[in-house]
Design a protein around this ligand. Structure first.
Ligand SMILES: Nc1ncnc2c1ncn2[C@@H]1O[C@H](COP(=O)(O)OP(=O)(O)OP(=O)(O)O)[C@@H](O)[C@H]1O
Ligand SMILES: Cc1ncc(CO)c(N)n1
Length: 265
């Protein structure tokens, strides 16, 4: 049967991040994508102009409709926006304890616009984190979750251990925001640290890197790949997606959601 994945996330009208990036990524991995939209962002490559959250009950109902009928092999979680939405999502995840969950703890867009109510960070950590199989914070998100600054490789190690102790089997702290020649992420699993390194590509076009990485991991899990293998394939996917970015828009442009060279060149 075709592998299926569900993304629970916000819509990015610009098509580069959020639900749109997730579905495009699932498709690149030949995984059937489904969505539960948490919020609609009025967004393009320049920034976020408005956010309209959905009624938490409508978020829960989308998850129910999909799981009841089509079923899913993996779940990716992105922008959640508010504590009531976090609670509804957590309640649904508890009903499906066997399904692997990739949690991207989205807090802000690249330009700084808030995508999560700061008052909901605690709920994200206390309610949702223990239900995740993989968590993928960037440096500011890791810092908000652990309560100390995360700015160096040593900080990433410390933060990863704290997050593992909060009950997440696979912790991936993303180093995209490091001032480093390499784009390095740290994977921690059962106390074992692995640095995943890729060349840092000099480009403005990095809109949706985090969404793309987490949905590529979820696609691998939906296909029942070994989790460490799924994470390293996802890292390769995001690196080539940045390298072949189509250069659209006037700000931080989207990535190429396709394996390999741009098909239109
Ligand atoms: N310029 C770059 N070149 C290569 N890899 C990059 C670059 N920037 C980020 N990455 C990689 O992309 C992935 C996403 O990391 P990043 O820290 O940018 O996530 P993020 O801040 O959550 O992204 P966003 O919020 O824009 O979706 C990581 O694997 C990171 O190492
Ligand atoms: C909807 C949405 N989710 C996540 C991000 C983070 O990149 C974004 N910019 N927009």
């Amino acid at each position: 049967m075709m592998a299926r994945a569900l993304t629970i996330a916000g819509s990015d009208s610009g098509g580069g991040a959020g639900i749109q990036a997730d579905l495009k990524t699932f498709m690149a991995f030949s995984v059937f994508g489904m969505s539960a939209i948490t919020a609609i962002t009025v967004q393009n490559t320049v920034g976020v102009e408005r956010v309209q959250a959905l009624d938490p009950e409508v978020v829960g109902a989308q998850i129910d409709a999909v799981t009841r009928d089509l079923g899913t092999d993996a779940i990716k979680i992105g922008m959640l926006f508010s504590k009531p939405i976090i609670e509804v999502v957590a309640e649904r995840l508890r009903q499906w304890p066997g399904i692997p969950v990739v949690l991207d703890p989205v807090m802000r867009a690249k330009g700084g616009a808030p995508l999560l109510d700061p008052g909901a960070e605690k709920a994200l950590r206390d309610v949702l984190l223990p239900l995740a199989t993989v968590v993928t914070p960037n440096l500011p998100e890791a810092s908000a979750l652990v309560g100390f600054p995360v700015q160096t490789r040593a900080d990433m190690q410390k933060a990863a251990h704290v997050l593992e102790n909060l009950g997440v089997p696979f912790v991936l702290v993303k180093g995209g925001h490091l001032a480093d020649e390499e784009a390095v992420d740290l994977l921690l699993h059962e106390g074992r640290e692995t640095w995943l390194s890729a060349p840092r590509i000099e480009t403005l076009h990095t809109h949706g890197t985090g969404c793309t990485l987490s949905s590529a991991i979820a696609a691998g899990l939906a296909r029942h790949d070994n989790i460490e293998q799924a994470i390293s394939t996802a890292k390769e996917y995001v690196t080539q997606a940045i390298r072949h970015a189509p250069g659209l828009g006037h700000g931080h442009g989207p990535l190429l959601h396709h394996w390999g060279q741009s098909p239109w060149i």
